[in-house]
Write a protein that binds this ligand. Structure first.
Ligand SMILES: Cc1cc2nc3c(=O)[nH]c(=O)nc-3n(C[C@H](O)[C@H](O)[C@H](O)COP(=O)(O)OP(=O)(O)OC[C@H]3O[C@@H](n4cnc5c(N)ncnc54)[C@H](O)[C@@H]3O)c2cc1C
Length: 480
């Protein structure tokens, strides 16, 4: 069997890991694996490519293993290779995690005798005999199946500034892209998510004279990471949920809420108080989170433990219930799920109260005029900036701004092989991760991961869930 893996980040490495785990040595002679990867992020993926140490993993070290069967894998790697001891509840630099991933990639490539082509894939076509033709700028190959582990979708461009000088559309790697000029320049960071905070940390470190503003719609950041207790007991009636889903029963949001309320009560978490008081993301909200790290951590621990069956719950709800969840709880749930490291939150608050950085909300427009960026904010005078940095996150809706996506994704959508899904990314059969075409058919042998599958594999923007997604897809592939 000829296997093509496009992209070697967390998902690509996990596919290799599962092929190694799920096959006997004597069977591997029949598997011809080719990995296609971009040179800059080969074996690390986009977030963990070589970059500055100021950019941190947003989760605790002990939750970042690439191996679902060994949750201590990263922790042990750091202990052995970096001689660091105090590792629990720390946020290490992302490039360190990249080194770990690269080590794992090299091990697996050697074991599985993989061919590596370090060039971007430009096109994938499904042929009549159900094989796939993969093209790069200088090669064409045919495979029996494809793992589309290309990771992050293109960044949004909400003010249509892409291509303008001094507009930094994609700020990574920061040590190359955030090359500004020294002196008291005015820099606007559009957004308040984790990318905006990376940018803040980097610019503060290398351009201390720059005058920084966060330009946002609502002036809210995420929640702060609390002190998660080491162990929780059980997570929301997993068995009961699985049973209901196996019986093809649909779930209502009220049913799920009832389970969550019961679970939080069992864990002595005051859900009503937490939901009303914490995770608000405003400056007072961040300070309040910092003052209640124990309560916050207990709740975040529960959210973390529920990850394994987010998709089960999500896909068992009809669309109207999914919409209700997103409207009533979605944003805050995401904020609790992807919190800011405590030190970053404290530094942010201090920098804002010292007047080093400002937070502006209510942006109406950003335009380039006479060499400056003019930012119009509700009810205020227009402000001018020398640089604008885009930290608005990826365009998950593939019915919008498709021209921003890379040619490969654009082609697969336009040819009907992939189907944009209303909750982001594309339609897949879960958990096999098999693509579903615009004709509503399974595209056998085409597996989709990461952000592209996040509309169905809800909440998968983390190492843990992305690395697990390869377990079922590889099982499915080996049956071909
Ligand atoms: C800035 C940032 C920080 C993050 N921090 C964390 C964190 O701290 N903890 C956490 O759990 N999650 C974090 N995440 C979430 C992240 O999505 C996952 O951790 C994980 O890296 C995603 O893995 P992936 O394999 O899907 O994608 P990626 O890691 O992006 O890997 C995809 C790879 O495919 C390559 N590729 C793309 N197109 C092609 C092509 N046409 N041909 C060949 N190769 C191609 C890319 O260059 C890339 O190397 C972060 C995400 C971002 C954007």
């Amino acid at each position: 069997m000829k296997i093509g893996i496009i992209g070697l980040g967390v998902a690509g490495i996990s596919i290799l890991r599962e092929i190694e785990k799920q096959t006997q040595k004597d069977m591997r002679g029949d598997l011809h694996i080719t990995v296609y990867a971009e040179k800059e992020s080969f074996g690390t993926g986009f977030p963990y490519q070589p970059d500055d140490e100021a950019l941190l993993i947003n989760q605790y070290t002990e939750t970042m293993s690439i191996d679902p069967d060994d949750s201590n894998d990263f922790l042990e790697w750091v202990r052995e290779n970096k001689n660091l001891k105090q590792l629990y509840n720390t946020h290490l630099p992302r490039n360190l995690f990249g080194e770990y991933l690269l080590d794992k990639s090299r091990e697996l490539i050697e074991k599985l005798n993989v061919t590596v082509i370090c060039v971007k894939v430009l096109s994938v076509k499904r042929q009549e005999n159900n094989q796939y033709e993969i093209k790069t700028k200088n090669s064409t190959e045919t495979t029996d199946c494809i793992h589309l582990s290309v990771g992050h979708l293109a960044y949004q461009d909400p003010y249509n500034l892409k291509g303008e000088e001094k507009y930094i559309y994609n700020p990574y790697p920061a040590n190359k892209k955030l090359s500004l000029q020294k002196g008291p320049i005015a820099v606007g960071i559009v957004g308040t998510g984790l990318t905006a905070l990376d940018t803040f940390l980097y610019i503060r470190k290398y351009y201390p004279e720059a005058k920084l503003s966060f330009l946002s719609l609502d002036g809210r950041f995420s929640s702060v990471r609390g002190h998660e207790p080491k162990k929780g007991t059980h997570a929301v009636c997993q068995e009961r949920v699985r049973q209901l889903v196996e019986e093809n029963q649909q779930l209502t949001l009220d049913q799920i809420k009832e389970w969550v309320e019961k679970e939080t009560a069992d864990r002595d978490i005051d859900l009503t108080w937490i939901w009303k008081t914490l995770g608000e993301g405003t400056l007072t909200g961040l300070q309040r989170d910092l003052n209640h790290l124990e309560e916050l951590g207990k709740f975040q621990m529960l959210i973390h433990q529920m990850r394994d069956f987010y998709s089960l719950l999500w896909n068992a709800m009809p669309d109207n219930e999914k919409d209700r969840f997103l409207n009533d709880f979605g944003l805050k749930w995401s904020n609790f799920k992807a919190p800011i490291p405590q030190r970053t939150a404290a530094l942010l608050l201090k920098s804002i109260s010292d007047g080093e950085v400002e937070l502006l909300s209510g942006i109406k427009s950003i335009k380039k005029e006479n060499g400056d960026f003019k930012v119009q904010i509700n009810g205020q005078k227009t402000r001018a900036y020398d640089f604008i940095i885009n930290a608005t996150g990826q365009q998950m809706d593939l019915t919008k701004q498709l021209y921003l996506q890379q040619p490969l994704i654009k082609e697969l959508i336009e040819s009907g092989v992939l189907t944009p899904y209303r909750y982001g990314g594309v339609l897949i059969d879960y958990p096999s991760m098999t693509a579903i075409s615009q004709k509503g058919e399974r595209v056998n042998g085409l597996y989709v991961y990461g952000q592209l599958s996040s509309g169905i594999q809800y909440g998968n923007n983390n190492v843990e869930l992305i690395s697990k997604s390869a377990q079922y897809s590889v099982q499915d592939m080996l049956k071909i």
